[in-house]
Write a protein that binds this ligand. Structure first.
Ligand SMILES: Cc1cc2nc3c(=O)[nH]c(=O)nc-3n(C[C@H](O)[C@H](O)[C@H](O)COP(=O)(O)O)c2cc1C
Length: 158
């Protein structure tokens, strides 16, 4: 199965989250592409069984670089129905908007008709980093990636 992890990062925190999610998915036997906005193969998003998107929090929402990718994804609108998706975010402050950032990303995935996954424990909407990538965040990223992998396997239609 194939997964793509799309992230933007200026100072490394969201990058560390993306790498952890990508390496966990690789461990779950997914063929994983880890990519930044300029290299997202928008037309090829339909090739993936799992799409995960991460962004730093900028003024309570996603970075413009990630919003641009989502806007460009209109080229495959209607073709991502039922694909499993997830989101993650980092912020400088504890209540600095990381959840609103994750939710804004998830809203876009829902509008594509994708299937998203919450978590009953820990970071409910998707993993978040506060201030830095620490061991708590690492655990949340690993768990989220494992749960997304399980859901993607469950919903796969051959
Ligand atoms: C333009 C800009 C806006 C930001 N807005 C917020 C914000 O609203 N809330 C917050 O907690 N942190 C904010 N930050 C801090 C970043 O979200 C935080 O440092 C993030 O972890 C950076 O991720 P990165 O290391 O992957 O680049 C902002 C940073 C920048 C550059």
């Amino acid at each position: 199965m194939k997964a793509i992890v799309i992230f933007y990062s200026r100072t490394g925190t969201t990058h560390s989250m993306a790498e952890t999610i990508a390496s966990t998915l690789t461990g779950e036997k997914f063929d994983v592409k880890l990519t930044t906005p300029e290299d997202v193969p928008v037309e090829r998003l339909t090739d993936y069984d799992l799409i995960v998107v991460g962004s730093p929090t900028y003024y309570g929402t996603m970075a413009a670089e990630i919003k641009k990718v989502l806007d460009e994804s209109i080229r495959v609108h209607g073709k991502l129905e039922g694909v499993v998706g997830g989101a993650f975010a980092s912020s400088a402050n504890r209540a600095g908007g990381n959840e609103t950032t994750v939710l804004s990303l998830l809203c876009a995935l829902l509008i594509h008709g994708m299937v998203i996954k919450g978590m009953s424990g820990g970071d409910h909407y998707g993993p978040v980093a506060v201030g830095s990538f620490d061991s708590t965040c690492e655990k949340e990223c690993i768990r989220y990636a494992q749960e997304l992998a399980a859901l993607a396997r469950k919903t796969r239609v051959d």
